[in-house]
Design a protein around this ligand. Structure first.
Ligand code: GDP
Length: 707
């Protein structure tokens, strides 16, 4: 089957927002209005769609799907009656879910990577919040073109101007208003489109009737000024238009849109719209803006990757005729169909029944069913095309972040470093039945989320789960209960300490037993050296002249690795070290892999002890925003938590304190901050790096006096 939508009418977008700004409500409205638009012309269909919306709101499920497809005909074409003519103006949106909390950084980054454009939603009362900034900068890193939507203008205290000013001040000077609100708070009743010079109001029970009208008399001067600012901002990016404008000729709306489109896609301008999702105002023009200003796949540079063997740079154009390349960006469990692997096709096509190569795992996989997720249905499709987003049912060996591609044209699209978890908790199933369900639940959850790990405590047999923050683990435990009905006791959170060495040292390991019968003979010399923080572990074989036969060398590496995982100082895994095997000897009869493994482990322990082993702890970037009167208390408290203040800044009326603080000092900070600031402080925290633990504290940890 050929593709139904030309790729130019495709938009892969995400709705990005700080928690509570209204992402869910906006998404709901988007699905609602796009559902209706698809059904216009089908008599009495409207009611069914609305019923579905009510139900959906109660259950609140589909909108949390990793990707949802919907369709939109821009408002200027809704008058078309002829089905074919309508179809020719219809756009397909794939809306990719982006998590709202920075504890899920890797998920945020991965979703930013697969989307081509973002709608950033702000709370019109709070304006830019600390977390919006974090996500904004992540989007900058991935060069995601954006439009902004200032939501909640119906709320008491809302201000379009102030919110826009906070965007200018904290995020970007390139933001420009494309609309102005009509009224505010209780009287908020619609928006003025500055390009069209029209008032837009939203009538009908759910604001589904979009009515254009004249600009209110009392807004005319304000609109003229704002329109001028907008046009100046646009013509800046096009010489011809600029000349025209300077010569006193007003460019047409289409001309202005075309230039604004280019400038938005290259990130030079960020259009700002406004409304109230809850009160059903402003969402349809926002959808138009997605069509007009956010890119289709071919308008962005081709995706880059590397050849898995040669590491040579490769690119793939968003073209159905190029070799197939796709990124699996989310693995989820669906109650009806089982495991779903969400993917984005960058080039080529993917057909049901074909074979693809997973260049991350190295395995070939057969593609069974392919589905496209709609708001209220799941559509099974035969084929997916360049730019498409969908899900494969029942893939066995593919995890989040893997590349899938044509076996004869291998490419790796992404080499991501998955951050190591920094915090863990012990979980203990409440009953035998829970124990059985627990293993399955954790396996599923870990497949979905690469930053979440499960391990066992070898001594106690307990299960330990690790993740990126307290909230991350809380959510996992909550999902375990809700989705998998596992009842479990959860221990206190523990910091994921590590160990490393500070200097270079050498040591010998000898495991020789030669009394009676066949003996044991393993003998090695190792050198342990510190390497850069974050580099992990490297084992180097520098044996010359066969003093140890090749067949035993991997066993030495294994012994070293096992000893490293057990640690030297306090039982935490050792990292950031290079271990070189440079000498040793063997015995023709008595040598074995087992003997060399033990020798390797012994030599490593001895060398590491001599190489000044220390403990490392995760250090977090902490950003706190508080009213000035609390500044002293906040900085004092951070210092008492062994924190280092790095920057003091202004944030509108508030003060911002940026610091680095060890994670172990941060338990329960949310509560403490609330009580220190009468609930007026806010903070964000994110893993930064590992740092050496001061000696006295390391001793307390080793002695079990600290967690
Ligand atoms: P999310 O956390 O970003 O997904 O935000 P939600 O969509 O769940 O919204 C958070 C809260 O704000 C909910 O109580 C919504 O009803 C409310 N909300 C969302 N949009 C608006 C709006 O436009 N106006 C008002 N007054 N409240 C809104």
């Amino acid at each position: 089957m050929p593709r139904q939508y030309p790729i130019e009418r495709l938009r892969d977008i995400g709705i990005i927002a700080h928690i509570d700004a209204g992402k869910t409500t906006v998404t709901e409205r988007v699905l609602f209005y796009t559902g209706i638009s698809h059904k216009i012309g089908e008599v009495h269909e409207g009611q069914a769609v609305m019923d579905w919306m009510e139900q959906e709101r109660e259950r609140g499920i589909t909108i949390t799907s990793a990707a949802t497809t919907c369709f939109w005909i821009p408002l200027e074409f809704t008058g078309l009656v002829d089905q074919a003519a309508r179809k020719a103006k219809e756009f397909r949106f794939n809306i990719i879910d982006t998590p709202g909390h920075v504890d899920f950084t890797i998920e945020v980054e991965r979703s930013l990577r697969v989307l081509d454009g973002g709608v950033v939603v702000f709370d019109g009362v709070a304006g830019v919040e600390p977390q919006s900034e974090t996500v904004w900068h992540q989007a900058d890193r991935y060069h995601v073109p954006r439009i902004c939507f200032i939501n909640k203008l119906d709320r008491l205290g809302a201000s379009f101007e102030k919110s826009l000013a906070s965007i200018h001040e904290r995020l970007t000077p390139h933001a420009v208003a494309l609309q102005l609100p009509i009224g505010i708070e209780d009287s908020f009743s619609g928006v003025v489109d500055l390009l069209l010079e029209k008032a837009i109001r939203f009538e009908g029970e759910h604001g589904e009737k979009v009515v254009y009208g004249d600009i209110p008399e009392n807004m005319k001067a304000e609109v003229r000024k704002a329109r001028e600012a907008l046009i100046e901002k646009i013509v800046e990016h096009d010489d011809t238009l600029m000349e025209k404008y300077l010569a006193g000729e007003m460019p047409s709306v289409d001309e202005l849109r075309a230039v604004l489109r280019k400038a938005t896609i290259t990130g030079k301008v960020i259009p700002v719209l406004c409304g109230s999702a809850l009160k059903n105002k402003g969402v349809q023009p926002l959808l138009d803006a997605v069509v007009y200003y956010l890119p289709s796949p071919p308008e962005l540079p081709p995706v880059e990757g590397t050849h898995p063997k040669t590491e040579a740079q490769e690119t793939r154009e968003p073209d159905d005729n190029m070799p197939f390349a796709a990124l699996a960006f989310k693995v989820a469990t669906d109650p009806y169909v089982g495991q779903l692997t969400f993917f984005r096709v960058y080039s080529g096509t993917l057909g049901r029944g074909s074979y693809v190569l997973n260049t991350t795992s190295g395995e070939k996989e057969r593609i069974g069913r392919i589905v496209r997720m709609h708001a209220n249905t799941r559509e099974e499709v035969e084929e997916m095309f360049a730019g498409d987003i969908g899900a494969i049912v029942g893939l066995k060996n593919t995890s989040t972040g893997d590349t899938l591609c044509a076996p004869e044209k291998p490419i790796v699209l992404e080499r991501i470093t998955i951050p190591e978890p920094v915090i863990s908790v012990r979980i203990e199933p409440k009953s035998k039945a829970d124990e059985e369900k627990l293993g399955m639940a954790l396996r599923r959850l870990a497949e979905e989320d690469p930053t979440f790990r499960v391990s066992g405590d070898q001594e106690t047999g307990d299960t330990i789960i690790s993740g990126m923050g307290e909230l991350h683990l809380e959510i996992i435990v909550d999902r375990m209960k809700r989705e998998f009905s596992v009842d479990a006791n959860v221990g206190a959170p523990q910091v994921a300490y590590k160990e490393t060495v500070l200097t270079t040292a050498e040591a010998e390991g000898k495991y020789i037993r030669q009394t009676g019968g066949r003996g044991q003979y393993g003998h090695v010399w190792l050198r342990v050296e510190p390497t850069e923080r974050g580099s992990g572990f490297e084992f180097v074989d520098a044996i010359r002249g066969g003093v140890i036969p090749n067949e035993f060398i991997p066993a030495v590496g294994k012994g070293v690795k096992e000893a490293m995982d057990k640690g030297i100082v306090a039982g935490y895994p050792m990292v950031d070290a290079k271990v070189t095997l440079y000498d040793g000897s063997y015995h023709d009869v008595d040598s074995s892999e087992a003997a060399f493994k033990i020798a390797g482990s012994m030599a490593f322990q001895e060398a590491a002890k001599r190489a000044k082993p220390v403990m490392l702890e995760p250090v977090m970037s902490l950003s706190v925003v508080v009213p000035e009167q609390f500044l002293g208390d906040i900085t004092g408290d951070i210092s008492s938590r062994r924190g280092r203040i790095e920057e003091l800044g202004e944030r509108g009326q508030m003060k911002e304190v940026d610091s680095k603080v060890p994670l172990s000092e941060m338990f329960g900070y949310a509560t403490q901050l609330r009580s220190m600031t009468q609930g007026r402080g806010a903070f964000t925290m994110e893993f930064s790096h590992y740092e050496e633990v001061p000696g006295n504290i390391a001793q307390e940890i080793a002695a079990g006096k600290r967690r």
